[in-house]
Design a protein around this ligand. Sequence first.
Ligand SMILES: [Zn+2]
Length: 205
Amino acid sequence: MLPIHLYGSDILEKVCDDADLKDKNLSHLIKKMFKTLNKSNGIGLAAPQVGVNKRCFVINTNIIRELPKDEKIREVFLNPLIISFSDKKISSSEGCLSIPLISDVVVDRYEEIKVSYYNQKLEYCEKTLKGKLAVVFQHEFDHLNGVLLTHKLSKGQKEIHKKYIENILLENQITYSFDNFEDILKYLMSLVNDRNYLSYPSCLT
Ligand SMILES: [Zn+2]
C-alpha cells in the first residue's frame, strides 16, 4: 500500500502533468494505486494523493452495493478530459482519503458528463457517466488540477467543520491556537500523519 498524502501536502494543490503513456512504470503505479484504494475502502484515488504528479486516477465503485449495474466500474483513467456536461447539477455529499475525519462536504456536481481517457490497456475511450460515477469522476478530476473539497466549502461550511475539528482536539486534550479553518485542518492532519493515534473511519475518495 502506498502512503496517502494528506491535506497540507504541497503536491495535492498542484496541477498535474500529462501521464506519459509510454512510461514503463505506469502499470506498476496503477497496480499499487488499486491496492491502496482497496485497503483504504475508498472508491477513487488520484495519483497526486500518492505523491505522483501525473494525470491518472483509479475508480472502483463495485464496493457500493446499492449502485445500479451501469454505474459499477473498476477502471483506470489516464489523461482524462471532460468533453461535455449536463445542464443539471446534483448536490453530492463527499469525503476524501486525503482529508480523513472530514466527511459530508456538500458539493455541486454535474449529473451527467461525457469523458475521454486512456484505459489500462492504453486504449482511447469515450464514455458517458452519470449519477454516483459522474460524481466520483469529477472529484478525482479535481485532484488532477490541485482542487480539493476544502476549496469548495462556503464560509458557513468552514465554520461548521472548524467547530467539529476543535471538538476532536478538545476530546483528545490537545491544545491549539489557530484562527482559521485551513490552519486548524492542517494541524489536525499533521497529528494524523505524525502521531498516528487519531484513528479515523475510512472515507470515500
Ligand atoms: Zn479526494
